[in-house]
Design a protein around this ligand. Structure first.
Ligand SMILES: [Zn+2]
Length: 154
């Protein structure tokens, strides 16, 4: 992907943001969209799918830009679906994680382990539960921090 088309797309996204309702901009999650564009670009040289998705997204943003303030719920839904598809490709194929991913995975595991071990070892859920939650939070946060440090956070 040429740098020029990346910059143009980022400019278009920024332009879209300034031209639409703040509420809609929040729904469209403009910041995530920009990160996705950068990621697609960095993988596009070696991944055909990323290149394809980049072009697709480029076209889609152009459509949204044309409609600007007459965006409908359907447009937003359609866009969110597209972004979700891209996110799932980036996480599955390129091993990226969404921000807070490990936290959201470890926290419930810690909670259920806390219940189980609380019952088995201490015979007291009240004792096991905070331990499990604390552990889940600590491990999740550590893994999230590591992913971020390794540049794997989307
Ligand atoms: Zn890819």
């Amino acid at each position: 992907m040429e740098n020029q088309s990346v910059e143009k797309l980022l400019t278009n996204i920024e332009e879209l943001k300034t031209n639409i309702d703040e509420q809609i901009a929040t729904k469209l999650d403009i910041e995530t969209c920009k990160r996705i564009v950068t990621r697609l670009n960095s993988f596009s040289a070696e991944c055909e799918e990323c290149e394809k998705r980049f072009i697709e997204l480029e076209g889609h943003i152009m459509q949204l830009l044309k409609k600007k303030n007459s965006l409908t719920e359907d447009d937003i839904k359609h866009y969110t679906q597209k972004v979700n598809n891209i996110t799932s490709h980036l996480t599955k194929k390129h091993k990226l994680v969404t921000s807070g991913f490990y936290f959201s995975v470890c926290m419930p595991i810690g909670t259920s382990l806390g219940v189980v071990f609380g019952l088995l070892i201490f015979e007291n859920i009240g004792l096991g539960l905070p331990l499990g939650i604390g552990l889940g939070v600590a491990i999740g946060a550590a893994l999230d921090a590591k992913a971020k440090k390794d540049g794997l956070t989307l």
